[in-house]
Design a protein around this ligand. Structure first.
Ligand code: HPA
Ligand code: MG
Length: 269
């Protein structure tokens, strides 16, 4: 057996710390979301504890969670002063992604899938998720043959969502017809982007669409359809790192952090 065939899973003190101090696993089944193309209930979105069909709504990070001090972690020196706190440390992201990969394997094992990676913010999560699915495909008797396709969406200027949504690389997705599609997004904020993308992808008549989102923000009056696979449900604050940017900066940061006011000013356009 090759060295990459077993999943390395060591005890992570930050996972424990996070679960003890700031994270409440949601036990409240407040909504049922069924959406394998066309079967979808959109209800009760005012209740901001998220719950998806057959899975969890992700690890809930409460609004009053102050985050970890930056002093506790290493991060690139060029961002000194630009960040307020660490919301999700890199190790915790990796541990959660490993579990999402297992959930995906349980649901989709032995189906061919097309992974649709939403750039740029989704590239790191997508790469790590695909890696972890590959490891599971090597170490179990089930496997998921994957093809990976990239599309690019752009709708944010500074920390504001604009009406101007651009979808690049998605002009002809006719190869998706009859396929099982897994859309992989780094963050779902207002949900407008995901809604537009789903409409676009559905037009190519895939057999099934599932969505994996690393982060879902608790945005008031959000009418978005929730991903099937959610990493973390986070407060409605602008976060950066792990490929999420502010005007193209901070993608080269491993942890998910809150940007400081001086960081916003420094990189504002
Ligand atoms: N950070 C980066 N990109 C985003 C965010 C965010 O908080 N919300 C939506 N796109
Ligand atoms: Mg962005």
């Amino acid at each position: 057996m090759g060295g990459d065939q077993t999943s390395e899973h060591s005890f992570n003190p930050f996972t424990l710390l996070l679960s003890l101090q700031c994270v409440k696993f949601s036990t409240k089944a407040c909504m049922t979301t069924l959406w394998s193309v066309g079967v979808w209930e959109e209800d009760n979105m005012a209740d901001l504890v998220l719950q998806t069909e057959g899975g969890s709504g992700g690890i809930v990070i409460e609004d009053n969670w102050p985050g970890y001090s930056l002093e506790l972690f290493s991060y690139p020196a060029h961002y000194a002063g630009d960040l307020e706190c660490v919301v999700v440390p890199h190790g915790v992201i990796m541990d959660r992604t490993e579990r999402l990969a297992r959930d995906i394997m349980d649901d989709l094992g032995d189906h061919d899938i097309v992974v649709l990676c939403v750039l740029k913010g989704g590239y790191q999560f997508c790469a790590d998720l695909v890696d972890k699915i590959k490891v599971l495909s090597c170490s179990s008797d089930r496997t998921i043959p994957m093809r990976v396709h990239f599309i690019r969406l752009k709708s944010y200027l500074n920390d504001q969502s604009t009406e101007d949504l651009h979808i690049l690389g998605a002009e002809d997705l006719s190869f998706l017809q009859g396929k099982n599609v897994l859309i992989v997004e780094g963050i779902i904020g207002t949900g407008k982007t995901l809604k537009a993308l789903l409409k676009h992808v559905e037009a190519f008549k895939p057999k099934m669409i599932k969505v994996a989102g690393l982060l879902v923000k608790r945005v008031p009056h959000n009418t978005t359809r929730l991903p099937h696979y959610i990493g973390f449900e986070i407060p409605n604050r602008f976060v950066v790192g792990y490929a999420l940017d502010y005007n193209e900066y901070f993608r080269d940061l491993n942890h998910i952090c809150v940007i400081s006011e001086s960081g916003k000013k420094k990189y504002k356009i």
